[in-house]
Design a protein around this ligand. Structure first.
Ligand code: MOS
Length: 712
């Protein structure tokens, strides 16, 4: 019998469905009586809507409803004193405008075109108030967030770097970046009576969505059904339930028909979060032989005036390198902008760009190879939490990556290597991301034909979750992957965490592992064998012999004490080789080698794809991506995919993913640590450092566009 094992390169179980159009996304359910919702956005960044003229829109052909702050049915979870309040923007609940582009009306019509036309007829008058969208101008208004974990951190002495013989002190800037998944955010909602609602919605966590919608409308959780079987990318933009999703549900209740609400690409720049514009100051101090004496990391990033967004921008500087002294400070600057949300690698990707760039600057000041400098400051325990690592193979990452990229060919002084008109350089950027694991339930069902069905309410936003889970089950059960059907993306399935923070394989995979073992034990017992029997048994025959129609089990799996006793992280070392054109300033990433200690690799094929995708995101961060505000109006000037530049195939070089592939002995039964975020963390610094190595130009403001290369 063919068997599939953990580690095999199994092709995506849903790959065929996806490439043939057979996979149905949330906007593709053609429900009977489906209607279409189109949002109308505010055109001022701050103030109140004083009146709205919806007469013409209401009379336009096919229009069923025009919802505004003046007529919207109340959403219970938006009201003061709500039992289960909904956080964030409360759409149509009052007349306040907090940012330009905030929806102020929702038109529902028989067709999308009619809704779009009617939306163009909605007229609003405003009482405009002064607004602030200029981050630099408002930099000093930064505040330390209320949450305790964002308070100042000091180990040893603060700002000790200033006293060191060799000092680097620099500011690094990262513009706002948009997730821009291929699939637009869309919600299709319909009610069954007054107390049951079903949603097809783009979601990274159907259980979280279920709770949010239940809270918003004061419903029993079980009366809310969330379906999100296929998600066309998200990168964090679907981690939470957004106001437009609540609005779709609100509208469906009002018109008593299914409503589909799809955001436009431009609306995706304001309504579903982004990586916030951030300025970071790094201070590094070292002895002349390269020992770090102090690290200071301060970060300011923008947030919304109506909701505070925070992320771990400075944390990496507390633990990635050994330094007796380290201090961090994190501040947010509230502006009249949409609220940010985690975007792949969230704060760690931001923070590592600054830290790893500064370390590179230090290496040139010291005249020490960047790898050598990192090895000199390597730490075998977590200096922040004072705990041992559950596993750490970062040294191996340096070594493998250096070999693969050809680090020995790296010029030790910048601007020394050329290839015709192109200057050639090499760079290294490292990163770490917490290895998390959350409680997960999985149901398994074996039928007498020998097939196995597994269900859990996890999501798959693209990494190939179902495929990895199938492989784990096949390995434990000792059966071919074809015999297993894995179902996800439905809130009716057993509870699983949101697909975020790189924790899915660790959380859901462990539960799949455990439920498969439980099933085997049960079968052994039924067959009169010892529960720990390891000899092969034909599952189907046991069921047939016992005349059982099926065997079903649900298992819950979670972490224990270990998370308090060990510090758990995935680690990465990204190596880039770039060519920089000496006349045009164009940067081409020629090669990228991503080496990762992510613990055991479950599926080499999808894991490599995950790493390559993250690296491409990192190239975007380094070279092209930037959401640009016009501060006169508080609007993005490039809110579309023509002007907001994501890397295309021609920008993506030969990217190689290398895995240490050593199981973490502590974190979970499989030994996985997670890849989703770490695939991007460190990439931007690797590219920026390579640009310096090629040209001698240190560009600290991302993205590294040709104008900056020429003018620096
Ligand atoms: Mo990820 S930013 O946790 O979706």
């Amino acid at each position: 019998m063919k068997k599939d094992k953990i580690g095999d390169p199994l092709s995506r179980i849903d790959g065929r469905l996806k490439v043939t159009g057979g996979a149905k996304y949330s906007g593709e359910y053609k429900l009977p009586g489906l209607t279409y919702g189109v949002l109308v956005s505010a055109t001022i960044p701050c103030g109140t809507v004083s009146s709205m003229d919806i007469q013409a829109a209401g009379k336009a052909p096919g229009v069923l409803a025009v919802i505004t702050p003046f007529n919207a049915p109340k959403v219970p979870g938006y009201q003061p004193g709500a039992a289960r309040p909904v956080r964030g923007l409360k759409l149509f609940n009052d007349d306040k405008v907090y940012f330009n582009g905030q929806p102020i009306a929702l038109v529902v019509a028989e067709t999308f075109e009619r809704a779009t036309y009617a939306a163009s007829l909605v007229k609003a008058t405003y009482k405009a108030e002064p607004f602030e969208t200029d981050f630099h101008k408002n930099f000093d208004k930064g505040v330390i967030p209320n949450e305790g974990r964002y308070k100042d951190y000091v180990r040893g002495e603060a700002d000790a770097y200033k006293k060191a013989p060799v000092v680097v002190e620099q500011d690094y800037m990262l513009p706002s970046e948009m997730h821009n998944p291929m699939e637009l955010h869309v919600t299709t909602a319909f009610w069954d009576g007054d107390d049951k609602v079903t949603l097809y919605t783009k979601s990274q966590g159907v259980i979280g969505s279920q709770r949010s919608i239940a809270n918003a409308f004061g419903l029993e959780v079980a009366n809310v059904q969330i379906n999100s079987r296929f998600v066309g990318g998200a990168f964090g933009s679907s981690l939470r339930t957004w106001p437009h999703e609540v609005a779709a549900v609100q509208a469906a209740r009002l018109v008593k028909r299914p409503v589909k609400l799809t955001l436009t690409r431009e609306q995706m720049f304001t309504l579903v979060g982004y990586r916030p514009l951030t300025i970071q100051r790094i201070g590094l101090g070292a002895t002349t032989d390269g020992k770090l004496m102090g690290i200071t990391h301060e970060s300011h990033s923008q947030t919304a005036v109506y909701e505070e967004f925070t992320e771990n921008a400075v944390n990496v500087s507390r633990f990635l390198y050994a330094s007796p002294n380290a201090n961090t400070r994190y501040k947010v600057v509230p502006l009249n902008v949409g609220v940010p949300t985690p975007m792949r690698g969230p704060g760690e990707a931001t923070g590592s760009f600054a830290l790893e760039s500064a370390l590179d600057e230090l290496s040139y000041k010291l005249n020490i190879d960047p790898i050598e400098l990192r090895l000199k400051n390597y730490t075998d325990m977590d200096p922040e939490r004072n705990l041992p690592w559950s596993s750490k193979f970062l040294k191996e990452c340096y070594q493998l990556g250096a070999e693969r990229i050809g680090w020995e060919k790296r010029p030790t002084k910048p601007g020394m290597q050329r290839d015709g008109d192109w200057m050639v350089g090499y760079g290294l950027g490292c990163g770490a991301f917490g290895a998390y694991r959350s409680k997960t339930q999985v149901r398994i069902k074996l039928t007498p034909d020998g097939s196995v069905n597994i269900q859990t309410a996890t999501s798959d936003i693209g990494p190939g979750t179902g495929t990895a889970m199938t492989l784990i089950a096949a390995d434990i059960l000792g059966i071919p992957a074809e015999r297993i059907s894995f179902e996800l993306g439905n809130s009716a399935f057993p509870v699983a965490p949101t697909q975020g923070g790189s924790q899915t394989v660790s959380s859901v995979g462990s539960a799949v592992h455990d439920v498969c073992i439980a099933l085997k034990q049960k079968l052994n017992t039924l067959a009169g064998l010892p529960a720990d029997n390891t000899a092969e048994i034909e599952y189907a025959t046991i069921l047939q012999r016992l005349n059982l129609p099926s065997l079903e089990l649900t298992q819950e799996s979670q972490s224990g004490e270990e998370a308090r006793k060990y510090s758990m992280y995935s680690f990465s070392a990204h190596f880039a080789q770039v060519h920089v054109h000496s006349l045009t300033g164009i940067v081409r990433v020629k090669r990228l080698v991503a080496v990762v200690d992510g613990g055991k690799i479950v599926n080499h094929k999808t894991a490599s794809s995950q790493m390559i995708g993250g690296a491409v995101g990192g190239i975007g961060m380094a070279l092209t991506e930037e959401a640009i505000f016009d501060d006169r109006f508080g609007r993005y000037v490039n809110g579309n995919l023509a002007d907001y530049h994501v890397p295309v195939n021609a920008d993506a070089p030969d990217i190689e993913a290398i895995f240490i592939d050593k199981p973490d002995p502590i974190i979970n039964p499989i030994g996985t640590k997670g890849l989703g975020e770490i695939s991007l963390i460190g990439v931007a610094a690797a590219v920026a450092n390579a640009v310096f190595n090629a040209t001698g130009k240190r560009i600290r403001d991302l993205p590294i566009t040709p104008d900056k290369v020429l003018m620096t």
